[in-house]
Design a protein around this ligand. Structure first.
Ligand code: GTB
Length: 214
């Protein structure tokens, strides 16, 4: 059965691949699963038909027959459990890879979300000049810890896994701030992720929809 995912009709990032459907596309490409995409507008996301799939009115969703999933962590874990290629077979290594997925979503992503709020949503608010340096410093602490943990290895725990897919996807969101380039091993780690053929296919697929037209 070919699953269907949802994505923005037009991503606000204009094709940079930062909306969360890209990480799901990447996982699908890594495991060699074909998929369909249904594009949704911001308005349609808040309507009953979409809310029946996603209680928070967001993308991406994942439909595979009767199964409907939302939350990229859950979708990618489902794919990684169902197909070979994204989780090790050894039980301990598998649990550690899942741990890195959670670390990416729960520990490394929140500071970049705070950063996006300060830099974009609250850019013109009176508190932002004071708050932004604090948010940047908190992000630096987290990236510094991740950088130390990664060291000079290629991937977080042995072979590439769903943990790396999620972590690279999250780190890509730091790039625009310039913070990623302060940690050369993290910048190289992200580049290794982007160099994977499956990532390139996922990126190209979202770009085909979102590239700005002249
Ligand atoms: N925790 C959920 C998950 O992991 O699936 C979060 C899903 C989510 O935030 N979806 C966003 C959404 O639907 C799109 S990805 N937002 C619409 C809404 O909430 O009304 C977040 C995103 C959007 C845009 C950019 N960008 O333009 O750079 C980057 C990331």
């Amino acid at each position: 059965m070919i699953p269907t995912i949802t994505a923005f009709e037009r991503s606000p990032d204009g094709g940079k691949g930062l909306a969360r459907d890209t990480r799901v596309r990447w996982a699908l490409e890594e495991v060699g699963q074909r998929y369909d995409v249904r594009l949704v507008s911001f308005g349609a996301m808040k309507e009953a038909a979409h809310l029946a799939l996603h209680p928070f009115g967001q993308i991406p969703t994942y439909q595979e027959g009767e199964l409907v999933l939302f939350e990229t962590g859950a979708i990618i874990l489902h794919l990684a459990q169902r197909h070979a290629g994204l989780l090790p077979t050894d039980a301990g290594a598998r649990a550690r890879a899942v741990t890195w997925m959670f670390a990416a979503l729960n520990t490394v992503e929140p500071p970049v979300l705070d950063l996006a709020i300060a830099r974009i949503v609250e850019n013109d608010r009176p508190w932002t000049p004071d708050r932004l340096p604090l948010v940047m410093d908190r992000a630096r602490v987290r990236l510094g810890q991740l950088s130390a943990s990664l060291g000079d290895t290629d991937w977080l725990d042995g072979a590439f896994s769903a943990g790396d897919l999620m972590m690279v996807s999250v780190l890509l969101r730091y790039r625009a701030s310039g913070l990623l380039d302060e940690y050369s091993n993290l910048a190289a780690y992200v580049a290794r992720g982007e160099a994977r053929p499956a990532y390139a296919r996922a990126f190209a697929a979202q770009l085909a929809i979102n590239a700005p037209s002249d």
